[in-house]
Design a protein around this ligand. Structure first.
Ligand code: GLU
Length: 338
């Protein structure tokens, strides 16, 4: 019996050592470059899905583009493919705007004035506003994101926009700019978002002039970002709010758990359950084809490719990040390999 117990203890020790060695290995630089290369090679020939076309300019983006970037909390960068192409950030901007509202007014103000519940409905749903008493529901759907813009402390539309663009640039550690063609294209077609803003205002759940909020929101979605810049924005969240490149503490560490919780619950359109089940990472996707996922305390993983599935998520980007998370056991609930 004694020998048996000793053998078991040895086996347990060996297992722990192997698991720890595995984790260390998974996070070693060489392996991060390998996993990025593997994911790119594995999914580059996937042709499923199609570009978003309800914003005409997005349909013109070359569908074959595909880039993957990982940035760790110590600022190391691992990339494959088209990581220097500036694509339209679209809804991936939303958690970063929510972070600014939290910085200015605290997590409780965001909770009270917007809400944090996932809707289980499309991101631009008008019905979700009618059915839920909180109306704006959460800052990662259009209603909540327009409400978040309206909450920013600004005296003019110009100031509202300037502070937002500066905030994104600080997070990226690089100067970001507006993609004018996307902005014009979306402004000419955003009747649904104007309806959302008017409805929220009617319910007392919008906190500035409605058309000002929609316009600044439309600009927010039209910001150009490369996969590398977006990965730095995500790595700032992963690094407890401190930008790994510039060393600036941008988001207060105490706001990070709430921010990640919202991303986990509402970051993946109405496919968020599938995503949590498979990749198990807080993330945000956008109809421009970008996805940012955060491995808290470790890194951000970004992938970009324009063709979207029915839910509005980039097919290749989704597959690439899912592969990286599962094959290297990066999910927040522990090992979950293929
Ligand atoms: N600008 C887009 C809209 O408001 C954002 C959609 C998205 O990326 O989810 O419809």
């Amino acid at each position: 019996m004694k020998e048996f117990k000793q053998a078991m203890a040895c086996a347990a020790l060996l297992l722990t050592t192997l698991v720890m060695a595995g984790t260390t290995q998974a996070l070693a630089g060489g392996d991060l470059q390998s996993v990025v290369d593997e994911a790119h090679a594995k999914f580059k020939d996937l042709k499923d899905g199609k570009n978003a076309d309800y914003i005409p300019e997005l349909d013109k983006v070359p569908s074959e583009l595909f880039g993957i970037a990982i940035i760790t909390v110590d600022g190391k960068v691992y990339t494959a493919g088209d990581v220097d192409y500036a694509f339209s950030i679209q809804s991936v901007a939303k958690p970063f705007t929510a972070a600014l509202v939290m910085e200015e007014q605290g997590v409780e103000a965001l909770h009270e004035k917007i809400g944090v519940e996932p809707t289980g409905m499309p991101f631009n749903s008008v019905m979700a506003i009618q059915l839920n008493e909180q109306r704006s529901v959460n800052p990662l759907v259009n209603a909540g994101a327009i409400a978040a813009v309206s909450m920013l402390d600004a005296n003019s539309p110009e100031q509202r926009w300037d502070m937002l663009l500066k905030w994104y640039s600080d997070l990226a550690g690089d100067k970001l700019t507006l993609l004018d063609d996307v902005y014009v294209s979306e402004s000419e077609t955003n009747y649904n978002n104007r309806a959302i803003a008017n409805m929220l205002y009617n319910f007392g759940r919008l906190y500035s002039d409605p058309m000002e909020a929609v316009d600044v929101y439309t600009k927010e979605c039209s910001v150009g970002v490369t996969a590398k810049q977006l990965a730095m924005m995500g790595a700032t969240i992963a690094n407890n709010g401190k930008n790994p490149k510039t060393g600036k503490q941008l988001i207060s560490p105490e706001n990070i758990p709430e921010l990640l919780a919202i991303m986990f619950m509402a970051g993946f359109y109405d496919e968020v359950g599938e995503w949590a089940y498979s990749a198990a990472l807080p993330a945000k996707t956008g109809v421009g084809g970008g996805i940012v996922a955060v491995v808290p305390g470790k890194m951000a993983i970004v992938a970009f490719s324009p063709r979207l599935n029915e839910a509005g998520n980039s097919v290749r980007a989704l597959k690439a990040i899912e592969y990286i998370s599962r094959s290297r056991s990066l999910g927040v609930f522990g090992p979950n390999p293929f």
